[in-house]
Design a protein around this ligand. Structure first.
Ligand code: ADP
Ligand code: MG
Ligand code: MG
Length: 255
């Protein structure tokens, strides 16, 4: 049983005004097969947590730890983290000019597995996943995310998720900018990956809408770089009704 453990994580980011502390001691444990939703107002540090897990160089870990089955994730390079089974679907997926989607996927799959996938099953797997995500086959030969609409980029992230088969996935606002049909398609993809491989999921979202399609086992409310409240799926329902206002009082109101 795989476990991703985040303990007392403190992270700062380099800004033009100097180093700014964002995460102020985050504790979070995700076990294989669990779905955790992180909800919270804009600017509360949700993406910073995602980037810290993925190893983005702009984010400095000032304290605490991230371990995957006891291995020190913070000591790993970005590539090593991917090989260890961590995956990040970014809030703003990057375009990679000059690299086709199919070459990108195959290269990533080969790097992560340590060997090239067999051509025949690979081509079939790619085609099947694209079909389920309602992606036209022409997307295989287009450059990664180049000229993709917001919704197409999000589907493309889930295509990577389905094919690369990580142990843990951080999905950063994969729901933002999606219409209802696209939201359903993307959610089905996430649920397929969850069921097929026992994927552990950290689902970052501002809105409760996606949680109608992907049921979280745990909900964590993020405020000012900390987990302010935790609960089960019912907590998301309360947030839907009450919003984040009651969390934004006192010292946190300035953020
Ligand atoms: P969320 O994803 O919850 O909206 P973020 O993690 O993106 O929050 O941002 C948390 C805070 O850190 C915000 O105040 C944001 O402006 C700041 N921040 C994050 N990344 C950077 C950066 N690269 N440069 C400057 N400020 C940043
Ligand atoms: Mg489950
Ligand atoms: Mg964000």
């Amino acid at each position: 049983m795989s476990t991703l453990t985040i303990a007392d994580l403190q992270v700062s980011v380099a800004t033009d005004q100097g180093q700014k502390q964002i995460l102020r001691g985050v504790d979070l444990t995700i076990k294989e097969g669990e779905i955790h939703a992180i909800m919270g107002p804009n600017g509360s540090g949700k993406s910073t947590l995602a980037y810290a897990i993925a190893g983005h160089p702009k984010y400095t870990v000032d304290g605490g730890s991230i371990t995957l089955d006891g291995e020190d994730v913070l000591a790993m390079s970005v590539d090593e983290r991917a090989r260890a089974g961590l995956f990040l679907a970014m809030q703003y997926p990057v375009e990679i000019p000059g690299v086709t989607n199919t070459n990108f996927l195959r290269t990533a799959k080969t790097a992560i597995d340590g060997e090239a996938p067999s051509i025949r099953t690979w081509v079939k797997d790619v085609r099947e996943s694209m079909g389920k995500l309602r992606m036209d086959s022409t997307f295989a030969e287009r450059n990664v995310n180049e000229g993709f609409s917001g919704g197409e980029k999000k589907r493309n992230e889930i295509l990577q998720l389905e094919l690369l088969k990580p142990k843990f996935a951080v999905l950063d606002e994969t729901d933002s900018g999606l219409d209802v049909d696209a939201l359903k398609i993307v959610s089905e993809g996430v649920n397929r990956a969850h069921q097929a491989t026992g994927l552990g999921i950290l689902l970052i979202t501002h809105y409760t809408r996606i949680l109608r399609y992907i049921s979280p086992d745990f909900v964590h409310v993020f405020v000012a770089g900390r987990v302010a409240e935790e609960g089960g799926a019912e907590l998301a329902e309360r947030l839907e009704e009450e919003g984040y206002d009651r969390f934004l009082t006192g010292e946190t109101a300035a953020v």
